[in-house]
Design a protein around this ligand. Structure first.
Ligand code: PLP
Length: 428
């Protein structure tokens, strides 16, 4: 009996042709053979198609899409989005340097994050970034001080916490009262008055970001209402707001999830903006996952099948150090064979070689796979490689970018020498 051909949720650029999983026009098996495993494979067409949905949504508007690069900060990925017109949302000095090397116009950089250091602020001011999204009152004062010392004025917006439930996993929800991000909605006006009075700051905008993997429209609509109420109050206090930044957070299909399409979401949000009279205001957004998550897969080789009374384990050569989301959030990634076999499938937990019980990639998966087969872990473009570590002294995976028939190695596999380069053994 032939099992039906599997599919990868939300990943039309990774499809089966003649019994083979393809990445655009390249056979995934050929890439695994040439570059080894674990291997991240990205489709540039998938990235640009995800971006195009936003661009369609914003047609005729003044909008800047700042790709939230923490989702995947490989230089070639950044270049793809930057060359397509994006700015970048950064959260560290390291990301700032990557962003500059990717060739982004510094004026299109937004600096987010609750713990910016003086050193990071200084560098960002010197290169002329577009805006600091400030997350606390003490940060306002430090930034003011750093800017004055440089003889500059820092462009800022305040990240406000609208206290809306994004209805997502608690670890990736950021817009509720009880979490560390942003300035409480109720304190925002006072914070703006404070900021406007500081000579080293220039108030540019307002910002919110309510969470990640959001699959419903209503939290965005609620957050927008709350932010617009604030804009009204802040401007009534004589502080002009040039741009409104609605953050990122739109979810993707990992496992039958049905987030709104970016253009459909923005059609509704823009209708609300128009209705409230803010339709001509400059809009900034910071999407990460929704631009890159379903543009990537991770290919892994099956090492062993270990059958037992309670569980069967399929041990593969990718692990939690490569794909941390299952261990961190119990996240689901579809796992499919690169070259499906005919015949009986069994139920397996797919696990990696790392010495942790939390090192699993998928539980109770129906698969027909033998040692030496390749499996593709789906939806692995976002928050996988950028969160990868070298735990267990495992070198980080290689990454390739596919464009039609072409393949570009965009990151070499990390060697043990690469890992040991900074260590200094004792000499006596
Ligand atoms: C992580 C993050 C984003 C991107 O979130 P996604 O869910 O990947 O779209 C945007 N803005 C800020 C401030 C973030 O921390």
């Amino acid at each position: 009996m032939t099992s039906p051909t599997p599919t990868l949720p939300g990943q039309p650029f990774f499809a089966y042709r003649n019994g083979q999983l393809m990445a655009e026009d390249v056979a995934v098996a050929d890439l695994a053979r040439t570059h080894g495993t674990p291997l991240f494979i990205y489709s540039q067409a998938a990235m640009l198609s995800a971006l195009a949905a936003y661009q369609r949504g914003f047609a005729g508007r003044q909008a800047l899409i700042c790709y939230a690069m923490k989702a995947n900060s490989n230089l070639a990925i950044l270049q793809t989005f930057v060359q397509a017109g994006c700015g970048l949302d950064i959260v560290s000095g390291g990301e700032l340097e990557r962003a500059l090397r990717a060739g982004v116009d510094p004026a299109k950089i937004i600096f987010s994050g609750v713990g910016k250091t003086r050193t990071e602020m200084r560098r960002a001011l010197q290169v002329g970034i577009g805006c600091f999204n400030v997350e606390s009152l003490p940060e306002l004062d430090v930034l003011n001080d750093v800017a004055i010392n440089l003889g500059l004025r820092a462009p800022i917006s305040l990240r406000v916490n609208p206290d809306v439930d994004a209805k997502t996993h608690p670890y990736i929800s950021t817009g509720l009262k009880g979490n560390k991000f942003g300035i409480a909605h109720t304190d925002a006006l006072a914070a703006y008055r404070h900021a406007a009075a500081l000579p080293g700051l220039h108030v540019k905008g307002i910002d919110c970001h309510i969470g990640s993997q959001i699959t419903e429209t209503s939290p965005y609509l609620d957050a927008m209402d709350r932010v617009l109420d604030l804009v009204q109050a802040i401007e009534a206090a004589g502080i002009p707001i040039e741009h409104i930044d609605f953050g990122g957070g739109l979810g993707i299909d990992y496992h039958g999830d049905t987030p709104p399409a970016a253009d459909a979401l923005w059609q509704q949000l823009l209708a609300k903006l128009d209705a409230r009279g803010y339709g001509q205001r400059k809009i900034v957004i910071e999407p990460g996952r929704s631009l890159i998550g379903n543009a990537g897969i991770c290919v892994t080789e099956v090492l062993y099948g270990k059958t037992g009374e309670a569980k069967n384990f399929l041990i593969v050569d990718a692990a939690m150090n490569d794909l941390p989301r299952p261990a961190m959030y119990e996240a689901y990634h579809a796992i499919v064979p690169v070259t499906p076999r005919t015949g009986e499938a069994s139920t397996w937990d797919v696990v990696g070689p790392v010495c942790e019980s939390g090192d699993w990639l998928g539980r109770d998966r129906t698969l027909n796979a033998q040692p030496g087969d390749w499996l593709a872990v789906a939806s692995a473009g976002a928050y996988c490689m950028s969160m990868a570590s070298t735990y267990n002294t495992r070198g980080r995976a290689a990454e390739v970018l596919v464009r039609g028939h072409q393949t570009h190695v965009i990151r070499e596999r990390e060697s043990t020498d690469d890992q040991l380069r900074l260590e200094r053994p004792l000499t006596d």
